[in-house]
Design a protein around this ligand. Structure first.
Ligand SMILES: Cc1cc2nc3c(=O)[nH]c(=O)nc-3n(C[C@H](O)[C@H](O)[C@H](O)COP(=O)(O)O)c2cc1C
Length: 188
């Protein structure tokens, strides 16, 4: 039965990233010359099960030089309770400040990389850059996770998502449909 009220109207192509961008907002930690830094990243893509992911990181960011030089970073998933700090972290540069100290975030030593974990985040994934072939054209770094961590007792378990226009979506109700996942019982 067709729904006569359903109809598509054209959407501006240059804004189309806003409806595919909504993975969790990330903090990327890097460390170079003995100095740790943080930046906010919302443009990223899951790339496999190893786990691998791609992040878009523009050369205008201080973090770009550190990631390019060291080939290492930590990908952290901040809780919704840190949303305002995370937006502010994405609106200032580590070139002229210590963002961990300024935003009251705690560095925790990682196991495999020099960049620190962010203790307040829900998850931290230590990563190495494994592919740079798309950096020149797309600013796209492919990362592979080499160690993963989760917060021992998070007060807020919600991550949040960028729409792309300064608005954000906080995770909502969790719906358990595991019984319907008949084909994928080994994965859940
Ligand atoms: C919500 C949000 C999302 C952002 N996403 C990205 C992104 O995906 N890629 C990027 O290069 N910069 C992104 N930025 C901008 C950087 O976080 C920003 O330029 C930051 O100041 C870089 O810090 P740094 O110079 O210390 O490296 C984002 C900023 C905000 C607020």
């Amino acid at each position: 039965m067709s729904d006569e009220t359903a109809r598509q109207i054209e959407f501006p192509l240059d804004r189309a990233f806003t409806f595919v961008e909504s993975g969790p907002v990330l903090l990327i930690s890097t460390r170079q010359h003995g100095k740790s830094n943080l930046m906010t990243v919302s443009c990223h893509a899951s790339m496999g099960f190893e786990p691998s992911l791609g992040i878009c990181l523009g050369p205008w960011n201080f973090s770009y030089a550190a990631l390019t030089a060291t080939g290492e970073c930590v990908v952290a998933i901040p809780p919704a309770s840190l949303m305002e700090q995370v937006v502010d972290i994405g609106n200032c540069s580590g070139e002229s400040m210590d963002k961990f100290a300024h935003f009251g975030l705690t560095e925790q030593a990682a196991r495999q990389v020099q960049a620190p974990l962010v203790a307040q985040c829900l998850y931290n994934l230590e990563c190495r850059v494994v592919n740079r072939t798309l950096v020149d054209e797309y600013n796209f770094f492919v990362l592979r996770g080499v160690a993963a961590w989760r917060h021992a007792a998070p007060a807020d378990t919600r991550s949040f998502h960028a729409v792309g226009d300064g608005a954000f979506i906080i995770d909502g109700e969790i719906i358990n449909l595991r019984q319907r996942m008949s084909k994928w019982q080994d994965c859940i």
